[in-house]
Design a protein around this ligand. Structure first.
Ligand code: SAH
Length: 360
């Protein structure tokens, strides 16, 4: 039995059952044995790949977007450039390479990274040392300045609670001990008022999901942007208010049983973009874009022109890899539609470029 499995067993012996959210938090972020704590999970040799690891074009386009938004708000100085969950630091490195060409941007920025993993902090520090990154445990620790924030595949790692629609109420999906291993079980019915009204019409037997930490974080980000200015761009995979069980585990780029080997696989759930949009719009003075497909956003920001420019210097297998990376980021059959971006910004500022916004 791994150390984390033993810790989990002891906790289940005490508590009987824990929520999927508690299971996810323990497996991903246990301070000694968590999945993220001691490893680099990204890349070919790891468990999953993200957009910035596929091509530098992803960060370059988002960097252009950030510069435009910063200039549209009068180039505030100083400001916080923040990224929660920066992984290897690749996205931020690509953003900084293009954004620091804009006059004044490099001098004005204070780089803050919110990262739980000591191992990944070291990688980020090494890659971004020239920009003197500061590390925080929580978004609430960021200095009180205009906030320009970018998050890619961060919200999908936040602990998700799952509820089954039953006759007498909502039954929360729990993790319980079963023999040597783990199994799913269900709590006693909770009152229907436990979840928001919009879920009350789902069919009996349907599963719905809630990510309490996401709403709280979004409210904090939006409040800072309302008070100080700035923009937040959240990119992730997900839908809007879709019922269904999206809790999944990835190991070696394959889906595996999320209960089979706790702490050894990446655990995620789909992001509910409609819920994030509502949480942002509930903050006075804040506007939110509509969730915009990643492929559409990148095209509008000019990825095809950049792809041609980079292609001119390549040939053979490198050129083929570049063409396929462009397709992976943008094509609807690949990451282009499943992945979406949501921007939040001050209601009295222009929307950042490339995003779908409601007609005024
Ligand atoms: N944004 C990167 C990495 C995504 S993986 C990319 O696109 O490649 C998720 C990242 O979020 C990792 O860096 C992980 O360590 C971090 N993370 C997950 N949960 C976290 C939490 N609650 N607080 C801070 N960082 C967290």
């Amino acid at each position: 039995m791994t150390k984390l499995a033993a810790i989990l067993k002891a906790r289940l012996a005490r508590e009987g059952a824990i929520s999927v959210a508690d299971y996810m938090a323990l497996c991903l972020l246990h301070p000694e044995h968590g999945y993220y704590t001691n490893r680099d999970p990204l890349g070919v040799a790891g468990d999953f790949t993200t957009a910035p690891e596929i091509s530098q074009m992803f960060g370059e386009m988002l960097g252009l977007m950030l510069v435009q938004a910063w200039q549209d708000q009068g180039s505030p100085s100083p400001f916080v450039l923040a990224e929660p969950g920066p992984g290897r630091g690749t996205l931020m490195a690509d953003i900084l390479r293009v954004a620091t060409r804009a006059p004044g941007f490099g001098e004005a920025l204070r780089l803050w990274l919110v990262e739980a993993s000591p191992h990944l902090r070291q990688r980020q520090q090494a890659l971004l040392a020239a920009h003197d990154p500061q590390f925080a445990d929580s978004l609430s620790d960021l200095p009180d300045l205009p906030l320009f924030l970018i998050a890619n595949e961060f919200f999908d790692a936040l602990p998700v609670r799952q509820f089954l629609r039953a006759e007498g109420g909502w039954r929360e999906r729990m993790v319980v001990a079963e023999g040597e291993g783990l199994a799913f079980g269900y709590s006693a019915p909770l009152p229907f008022e436990t979840l928001e009204d919009r879920w009350q019409s789902v069919e009996p037997g349907a599963m719905v999901e809630a990510t309490p930490a996401a709403g709280a974080m979004l409210e904090g980000i939006a409040t800072r942007i309302a008070e100080r200015g700035g923009v937040a761009l959240i990119v992730d995979y997900g839908d809007s208010d879709a019922p269904g069980d999206t809790f999944q585990a990835l190991k070696g780029h394959r889906k595996v049983d999320p209960l089979a080997d706790p702490g050894a696989a990446d655990l995620t759930a789909h992001v509910n973009f409609a819920a994030l949009m509502r949480a942002a719009r509930a903050v006075p003075g804040i506007a939110a874009s509509r969730p915009t497909p990643q492929g559409v956003l990148l095209e509008r920001l000019g990825i095809t022109g950049r792809a041609h420019q980079l292609a001119a210097g390549l040939q053979g297998p490198a050129l083929e890899a570049h063409i396929s990376a462009h397709r992976r980021l943008t094509h609807p059959d690949e990451m282009g539609s499943l992945f979406k971006a949501l921007a939040i910004y001050p209601a009295d500022a222009p929307p950042p470029p490339g995003l779908d916004v409601d007609d005024a």
